[in-house]
Structure formats: C-alpha cells, structure tokens
Design a protein around this ligand. Structure first.
Ligand code: SF4
Ligand code: SF4
Length: 314
C-alpha cells in the first residue's frame, strides 16, 4: 500500500481510504460486528485511513474494528458534523471520542460546506475544533464539500488542515462549476498545504461500469493524497487494495442498481429537498419526488434528514 503525507498534518495515510458510509444504515445496513470484520480486513491489508461522519452512524463498526488492533502505523479516522454552534460541536466531539474509542487519530471536519458564507456561519463550531486540536484531542481540522467554492474558501483559512472535496472523472455531483474548476480549486488548496481526501470517486455508483478508469483518473493526481472509496464486502476491500497496489487484471465490481425509494406517507415537508446537496429532489403535489436521477450520488443525506423515515437509498 502506498502512503502519502496528508498535507501539513504530519499524518501519513494510505492512498486508499475506507469510505464507511456504504456499510452503515443509510446504505447497506451492516451490523457493527459485520462492518468491523470488513474494516479489519482492510487494516490487515495496509489501509490506515477511514472516512466517516456522525450522520453515517458507523462509529461502533469502527470502534469494534479497532479493538485490540495494534499496528506500527496508527489508524487515522476522519469524521464530520453539521454542528454550527459551540455547544453543538462540543457534543459532536464528545460523541465521536466516546463512540470511536481511543485507538485512532482523529481528523474532525465540518460536514458539507458550500462557501465562505457557510464557513462564517459555522465559525463558533470551527473554533471548538481549533481548540481541540491545540489541546491534542484531535489531530487536524477539516471541511468536506461538494462545492468548488467550498474548496476555495476552506483553502484560504490557515487553520483548516484537510479538505475532502467531491471529485470524479465525469464531474458528477460537483456543485458550482465543472470537473476542471474543481481540480483547479483542489490544486490551489494542495499548494497551500492542505491535505486532500477525494470523495465520491465512483460518483455514488454511477461510474461503477468504468470503475478502473474512474479510480485511475484520481490515482495519477499528485495533489490528491487519498481517495475515499465506499466498501461493504471483504471482496471489495481485497479488490480495491489490489488495484491501489497496481493490479489491473481484476474483475469489475458487482454493479448493484441503487435507487431512491419514497414512501406514500411522505408529508411533503421539504427537509430532504433542503438536505440534498445536488438538487436531485423537489416537492410535487405535496410529496417529495426525484427531480434528477443523474444528479443523485446516493449519499443518503435526504434519508437522514426525513422526520418521517419516508425516503431512503435502496
Ligand atoms: S423529508 Fe421525508 S416527509 Fe419530508 S418531504 Fe422529504 S421524504 Fe417527505
Ligand atoms: S437525493 Fe438524497 S441520496 Fe441523492 S444526492 Fe440528494 S441527498 Fe444524496
């Protein structure tokens, strides 16, 4: 496994980052024990970097995988919270520490920032993270974003160490610009010393048919230090590790058709529409409807925001 310095964080991370969204309740719904076996296999094969979020509900999967795990190379976990207030971020931080346990180095991010305006709006929460880093509770502070402007804005904040931008070979899901605009923003941020963790390399599953060229597209980019790939089986872990180690004769992953399911009991409150970073939903005749199948990257954020449990990725 190849490892890279994650910007100026002082952390060395595997180029393959284990994306934990896919195994959790927003997608495949593996039990914590099942998830931990898959994560553990990835650790054994040299992966030392895991991407999760409070929203993904996979802290227990990760904590179980880390239990009694000893390695020369510490496991780095990046998590994220939508908190915007001081109190909210203190709660998120406490939850992550308690539920992930002590056996990892933590990068804490603001989840899904759009621009300098949203970063300003979250400043009290960011200050908590800066203080936590100073106190040695976390190792780095970051921002995740689907927006070109989000990358540019985070790049200009000296205290932000890591950026997790949405980038892939077709540009699916990128907001506020195209693939080239996003790459240019990423290069600018990397030149400023930020660690870059690419997310949605397979466009939420849309690029699975051409998975090897989609991954290769990102692997050759020096400014991208690590690539978060969602995994939910041991076979996927073994194939992805082999691919990242240079094997190019691997079978294509199984293509599972995913779609959004909206139940009849939707009350049309619009929370899912507001939660969707990709404008893939709309309200029609008092119910949520898919406005654009092409824009949906199956992140599951809509499902997590629904007070009625009426929308999910299946
Ligand atoms: S959040 Fe749930 S109830 Fe509200 S519009 Fe969306 S699917 Fe319907
Ligand atoms: S519709 Fe839901 S799953 Fe699709 S991109 Fe929007 S929030 Fe994510």
């Amino acid at each position: 496994m190849e490892y890279r310095e994650l910007g100026r964080t002082g952390l060395q991370v595997s180029r393959l980052c284990f994306g934990a969204l896919t195994m959790g309740p927003l997608q495949r719904g593996l039990s914590p024990q099942q998830g931990s076996w898959i994560l553990r296999r990835a650790f054994e094969l040299g992966v030392n970097f895991v991407d999760t979020a409070e929203l993904y509900c996979t802290y227990e999967h990760i904590r179980l995988a880390l239990q009694d795990y000893a390695s020369e190379r510490p496991v780095v976990v990046t998590t994220k919270s939508y908190a915007y207030s001081r109190e909210g971020m203190l709660n998120s931080l406490e939850k992550a520490q308690k539920e992930l346990g002590p056996n990892c180095l933590l990068i804490f991010m603001l989840h899904e920032q759009e621009s300098s305006h949203t970063l300003r709006g979250h400043w009290p929460a960011l200050e908590v993270l800066f203080e936590a880093k100073k106190a040695g509770v976390i190792h780095a502070v970051g921002v995740s974003t689907h927006h070109v402007e989000g990358v540019r804005a985070a790049g200009n904040i000296p205290e932000i160490d890591v950026i997790s931008p949405l980038i892939n070979s077709t540009g699916i899901g990128i907001q506020g610009g195209n693939r080239e605009d996003m790459l240019s923003a990423i290069k600018g941020a990397a030149n400023l010393g930020k660690g870059i963790v690419a997310m949605k390399p397979l466009g939420g599953g849309h690029l699975l048919a051409d998975w090897s060229s989609a991954l290769e597209y990102l692997l050759v980019k020096a400014e991208i230090h690590s690539i978060a790939v969602g995994m939910k089986t041991v076979q996927e872990v073994e194939n992805n590790v082999a691919f990242f180690q240079g094997r190019r004769d691997l079978p294509a992953p199984e293509i599972t058709t995913r779609r959004l399911h909206i139940d009849d009991w939707c009350i049309g409150c619009g929370a899912c529409v507001r939660a969707c970073p990709n404008q893939a939903l709309e309200i029609q005749a008092g119910k949520a409807k898919v406005a654009s199948r092409e824009n949906c990257v199956f992140c599951g954020y809509c499902g997590a925001s629904c007070p009625e449990f009426a929308i999910k990725v299946i």
